[in-house]
Design a protein around this ligand. Sequence first.
Ligand SMILES: CC(C)(COP(=O)(O)OP(=O)(O)OC[C@H]1O[C@@H](n2cnc3c(N)ncnc32)[C@H](O)[C@@H]1OP(=O)(O)O)[C@@H](O)C(=O)NCCC(=O)NCCS
Length: 331
Amino acid sequence: MVRNDEYSIGPLKKGEEAALIDLLQALYIGREKHVKRAVCNEPFFRHERITVARYNNVLTACLHIHKRLVYFHGRHLLMGGIGGVATHPAHRRKGLARRLLEDATVYMRKKKYDLSVLFGEPAIYEKSGWQTLTSFSLHSKLPLFQDRLLTMRKARPDDLKHLQKWYVQFNGKRTGPVLRNRKYWELWIKQVIQKRFAYKTYIVSRCKLNIGYFVCLGPGEIVEIGCDITNCQYIDSMVKAIYSKLSKAGTDINWHFFMPDLFDSIRRCSSKLHLDELRNKSYFVTIAPKYAGLCKLISTTNKALSGIGSTDDLITILRENNYISWARDHF
Ligand SMILES: CC(C)(COP(=O)(O)OP(=O)(O)OC[C@H]1O[C@@H](n2cnc3c(N)ncnc32)[C@H](O)[C@@H]1OP(=O)(O)O)[C@@H](O)C(=O)NCCC(=O)NCCS
């Protein structure tokens, strides 16, 4: 029986990449391609951001810190997205995942990260300080005014500049979304075009003028939109385009996020409702709580975090702002 203190914990070494992928693929059965992509496509890959446990020089557990900047009240915070947490079955329940999470926290503090997020079982991570974050989603089924001047097409590689611009226009002042650089977008576009992801990205135009984009995941699931929000007509056009694309008669739309301006736009664009249909509740707009992962405050030294002293405080701010998009920024 191997004791917990017989494992050494430290960063991944050069030359251990294949062993890491083998370990992950053996544990995430059915998601082999995905885990390989999460390591190989990481835009900011550094060995030091993969923490591993070794026993007799063999990798037995691992964890990946994905370095990201996030918008926070118009400023930026450094965020560590934790992914690929895995312990080989023969070495489980000996506190290895816990030691890796502690090590990752020490690393993030040293490197001046502000917060960390992850998606996983609260039972595993809460003991290490990550707390469940509940955000909100918007669920709607409404008839909307039609706009016949709107057209849509799938995104192409040459849309890169526009996507970047619309993303910043839409997200730059919000709290929670990831700041994406050019390298990130190039990777994203490659994935979209090669259709390796389930995400589908559409460009919306009105009278031949491109006004924005939206990303959907399956029928009726909107995971992201981007457009110029200084003109509320643009957001209305985006909403109408999304409905005309996804909402065939009777289909409802599940927005993976809630934003007051989006909610207002849906109301503005909805056509007259029949009393019978309202009575039968066949049309609705609801705001529902949604699991948005787990979050941990790493440091409070950043001026943007003044007044925030605990993970609870941070979670309150993130929940109020309702726009957490880490899931789409994990390759
Ligand atoms: C989840 C996993 C990483 C845990 O690794 P581990 O090294 O066995 O975890 P630890 O021994 O450090 O346990 C950490 C805490 O999580 C809890 N925990 C571990 N496995 C658990 C499980 N399957 N269900 C509920 N709680 C669990 C333990 O109670 C422990 O708390 P404790 O220290 O108070 O006892 C491992 O089971 C695994 O690789 N699973 C397959 C891949 C996976 O699901 N990864 C997580 C993706 S979110």
